[in-house]
Design a protein around this ligand. Structure first.
Ligand SMILES: NC(=O)c1ccc[n+]([C@@H]2O[C@H](COP(=O)([O-])OP(=O)(O)OC[C@H]3O[C@@H](n4cnc5c(N)ncnc54)[C@H](OP(=O)(O)O)[C@@H]3O)[C@@H](O)[C@H]2O)c1
Length: 329
């Protein structure tokens, strides 16, 4: 069993990832740390976590902890991931892995030097429907893949949320657009060559709405919109010469059975049923398997750097108003 610790009392840990670790077949959640000792204690008691610490440093020093799950605000991912690696802990860090590609590379180097694993927690990639979508595309069911369309929007009502804070790495692209970029690159099977974006900026300077386009070699185009101001919408479509595949609730489908739609123009619609699964559980079990067996991660940290390079170029374009190249490392 992998012994996990969680850094902070974050909502996403409480609601999804911590319970997944607790249910996992190859891991247990043994400790939580918070900046506030009383908060750590209350959280540990409420969620059946055996040990609690009043500082992140103290959790780093717990010799029984093998792996840390880090759901801190984006602007703190780099510092605490590097410190965790230096303390010899494997790290599953929330998305987006860091604020830019250079930070991602620094974190990947720290993990490599310490001989520990580092993965970005994009859980949707572990859902069997996402895997099925990629497999159907590889089988050529849509013909020649020409366009990938996606969206991830929701309405944020609390002005003090970390997603609106420029100092903590806020923004719509950072928070939800990162999924659209990730799924587009994954389904394209290559990196975009150039990108274009337009955004709306808050007074504090974060994008609360952003629409982006990514051009790949061979003329494949991905376009998406992401927002912190619009009613919830999540989907991905992969469209080709012979038809298109569509997944609704593409990133957060819940644990029930889901459908992958195959649209074939006048020939109609084929619905591929996919049995429900917990994508968070599948992600943490994969990570723990790799820790226990010393096998490679499906998504190494270099993957996160590539995602961030595309996101950096999208931000450059949103400010310059021009197509911007995605700069290779
Ligand atoms: N994969 C997913 O499905 C998913 C979903 C939502 C969010 N996320 C990612 O998870 C991360 C956390 O998001 P969240 O919504 O769970 O955040 P959140 O509820 O606001 O929690 C962040 C935690 O970080 C700690 N923290 C340390 N310094 C802080 C600071 N200066 N300001 C605020 N909090 C600070 C706090 O814990 P203590 O006070 O206990 O130390 C806080 O509870 C982000 O990277 C986000 O992108 C992923």
């Amino acid at each position: 069993m992998v012994k996990w610790g969680v850094l902070s009392t974050a909502n996403i840990g409480r609601a999804a990832v911590n319970p997944a670790i607790q249910r996992s077949s190859n891991g247990e959640l043994v400790a939580v740390a918070s900046r506030d000792g009383e908060r750590a204690r209350g959280f540990a008691e409420a969620h059946g976590i055996p040990r609690h610490y009043g500082s992140y440093e103290a959790l780093m020093e717990d010799p029984e902890v093998d792996a840390l799950y880090i759901p801190l605000p984006n602007g703190l991912h780099r510092e605490w991931t590097i410190r965790a690696c230096e303390a010899g802990k494997h790290v599953l860090c929330e998305k987006p892995l860091a604020l830019d590609a250079a930070e991602c590379e620094e974190m990947a180097d720290a993990a490599e030097s310490a001989g520990v694993l580092l993965m970005e927690a994009f859980m949707y990639r572990f859902h069997p429907r996402t895997e099925r979508l990629a497999a159907l595309l590889r089988d050529g069911v849509v013909g020649d893949l020409r366009t990938i369309r996606s969206a991830f929007t929701f309405r944020l009502t609390k002005p003090d949320n970390i997603r609106l804070d420029p100092d903590l790495g806020g923004g719509a692209l950072m928070d939800v657009g990162c999924y659209c970029v990730n799924v587009s690159r994954t389904l394209a099977g290559m990196e975009p060559a150039e990108v274009m974006a337009t955004a709306r900026w808050t007074e504090r300077g974060v994008d609360d709405e952003l629409t982006g386009m990514m051009r790949f070699e061979g003329g494949l185009v991905a376009h998406f919109d992401c927002s912190l101001t619009m009613e919830r919408c999540e989907f991905v479509e992969a469209a080709g010469t012979d038809g298109y595949l569509r997944a609704d609730a593409a990133f957060l489908p819940g644990t029930g059975d889901v459908v992958l739609e195959e649209h074939r123009g006048r020939e109609g619609l084929v619905e591929h049923g996919v049995a429900g699964a917990d994508e968070y559980l599948r992600m943490v079990e994969h990570f723990a398997d790799c820790v226990l067996q010393g096998t490679p991660l499906r998504y190494p940290a270099a993957e996160a750097s590539a995602n961030m390079r595309a996101m950096e170029a999208l931000y450059r374009s949103a400010r310059s108003g021009r197509w911007e190249p995605v700069v290779a490392p």
